[in-house]
Structure formats: structure tokens, C-alpha cells
Design a protein around this ligand. Structure first.
Ligand code: ATR
Length: 285
């Protein structure tokens, strides 16, 4: 390229649907706050167009992009490389253009753990219960497993799927699978309980996966849902004296870690939180 042409960097998020993504406003605000000449755009990409979309982004020299539902796993064969954690999870949510090579990462699990820091500074030695055994649970489970917890058990409607996650885990961790019924009996044994299913998400806000009457006070209870900000599950946990955390931090920190991978800057997460809350309708939490 000759002299003097300033090329604005492009960042993006690919998903189907993509209309409600809060990532563009969140990242565009950060680019302008840190004086980085870049735009972050949402692209509605159907599965059959995913390969072409990735080739197109690579051809135009995209700086990086996020990948959301339903493409997090399907994108992997179209990338030039995938880091170890993302490969083990089998899902990529962040892609970085590293000298012309598109490399996939997963910042969902690490984002969850980093967002938890205020409530639980270290995972090592903790007893953890994960509720659910889908994609989000897998990202959190494998990331936690690397941090030397004492135990990470998984409760799921289909117990077999929980065993599947445990059997496929490449990291050494002590784990058992159980039913929701067993989990509600034993929930008092854990230091950290993480709800990863969509049960309780708007509009079905009256549902919760397990009752929490056996919960111990001071247990840290997280729900990865942020709409509503306080699910029925978290409300009950709060009433039982637990320390609660909604899904906003996981969303914000996965974005913060992606932004750091693209720019080298770990951004102001309070600014991100205020911005996301504004998009959610001005609620506070
Ligand atoms: P995600 O990628 O968001 O984690 P997913 O991969 O579809 O979504 O996983 C959905 C999880 O929610 C699974 O643990 C699923 O349980 P099953 O393995 O038994 O299917 C759980 N789930 C979804 N709907 C549920 C419901 N109505 N009751 C109980 N569990 C439910």
C-alpha cells in the first residue's frame, strides 16, 4: 500500500441471530475511549455462509472478531489455528488476526472466572457445583478444572450428558455427575454454585432448576443469565444468605479479555458495565 492512506481497523461479531448483541456498542465505546481508530460491526451470518464470511474477513484484513451462537464450534475448521483451551472446549468466541493468521480463543470460561474474582479470589481448593452440561457449562467446567479446585460436580437434567463432559475433560479434576434432585439435597456441600442453563431466562422468569433450601450461608451462587438481572434462582440464593452474582460479569469480562487480545489493553470494566446496563434499560445491580 502506498503512503498516507489511513485504514480504519475492522472488528466484528458473527452470529445468527445477531440483532440483540450488546457487543458492538460495548466495543465501539472502548475503541473511542482508548482513541483506537476501529469499528466493530455485527454481521448476521447463516451457517452455510460461515466459511465464506471467514474468508472474506481474512481477505480484508479484519483485526479480529467475536463468534456467537450458533457458530462457536462450527467456525473451528475455518480458522488457521485454535489455542489449547478453546480446542479442548471445542468452541471459539474470539478470533484474533495474528499477522494474517486467524487464531481462535475462548474467553467465556476465563471471563467467568475473572468476573468472579471479587467474590472468590481463588478457585484452588474450592468445592464447586455446576448446574447444566451444555456449551456454556463446558467452557466454565474446563476453565475451572485447570485452576486446581477440590471438586467440580455437574448436575444435569440428563445425567448422561454431565458424565460426557467429565469423561472428555483433559485436565485432572475430581468430578461426579448427578441429577437435579441429588443436587438440591447436596447443594450445602459446595463453596461455589454456578447455574448455566437457560432456566429462568426471560420470558420464563418463574422457573428455576433446583430449590436451594439446603444452601449454606456465604456460598457464592452465580447464574450466567443476565436477563433478568436477578433470576428466581438468584433471588432464592440471596434469601438464603448466599453471595450472588448474575451473568453480567461473565459477559463483560469475556468482552474485556477479547478487547485485550485485540489491542493489548485490558479495558475499564466499570465503564463496560455502565454501558451494558444502559443498553439493558438503565437497571442497576
Ligand atoms: P448453552 O450453549 O447455552 O449452554 P445448550 O448447549 O443447549 O446451551 O445446553 C443447554 C443446557 O440446559 C443443558 O444442560 C440442558 O440439559 P440436557 O442436557 O438435559 O438437555 C439444559 N436444559 C435446557 N432446557 C432445560 C429444561 N427445560 N430443564 C432442564 N434442563 C434444561
Amino acid at each position: 500500500m502506498g503512503g498516507g492512506i489511513l485504514v480504519k481497523k475492522l472488528f466484528a461479531v458473527l452470529g445468527d441471530p445477531i440483532g440483540h448483541s450488546m457487543s458492538p456498542v460495548m466495543h465501539n465505546d472502548l475503541f473511542s475511549f482508548y482513541n483506537i481508530d476501529a469499528d466493530y460491526l455485527p454481521f448476521h451470518v447463516r451457517e452455510e455462509d460461515l466459511h465464506d464470511a471467514v474468508k472474506g474477513l481474512k481477505a480484508i484484513g479484519v483485526g479480529g472478531f467475536n463468534v456467537t451462537v450458533p457458530h462457536k464450534s462450527k467456525i473451528i475448521p475455518f480458522l488457521d489455528g485454535v489455542d489449547e483451551l478453546a480446542a479442548n472446549i471445542g468452541a471459539v468466541n474470539t478470533v484474533v488476526n495474528e499477522n494474517g493468521h486467524l487464531i481462535g480463543y475462548n474467553t467465556d470460561g476465563p471471563g467467568f472466572i475473572k468476573g468472579l474474582n471479587g467474590h472468590l479470589p481463588k478457585i484452588a481448593g474450592q468445592k464447586v457445583l455446576i448446574i447444566g452440561a451444555g456449551g456454556a457449562a463446558k467452557a466454565i467446567y474446563l476453565t475451572l478444572a485447570k485452576e486446581e479446585p477440590l471438586v467440580v460436580d455437574i448436575a444435569n437434567r440428563t445425567v448422561e450428558n454431565a458424565w460426557g463432559l467429565i469423561k472428555d475433560c483433559p485436565y485432572s479434576v475430581s468430578s461426579n455427575a448427578c441429577s437435579f434432585e441429588d443436587a438440591s439435597d447436596s447443594v450445602g456441600n459446595y463453596d461455589l454454585v454456578i447455574q448455566t442453563t437457560l432456566i429462568g431466562m426471560s420470558p420464563k422468569i418463574d422457573e428455576q432448576p433446583i430449590p436451594l433450601k439446603n444452601l449454606r450461608k456465604q456460598t457464592v451462587v452465580c447464574d450466567i443469565i443476565y436477563n433478568p438481572l436477578e433470576t428466581k434462582f438468584l433471588k432464592e440464593a440471596h434469601q438464603q444468605g448466599a453471595v450472588i452474582q448474575n451473568g453480567l460479569d461473565m459477559f463483560i469480562y469475556q468482552g474485556a479479555l477479547a478487547f485485550e487480545k485485540w489491542t493489548g489493553i485490558f479495558p475499564d470494566v466499570q465503564r463496560m458495565r455502565d454501558n451494558v446496563l444502559k443498553q439493558l434499560g438503565g437497571r442497576t445491580c
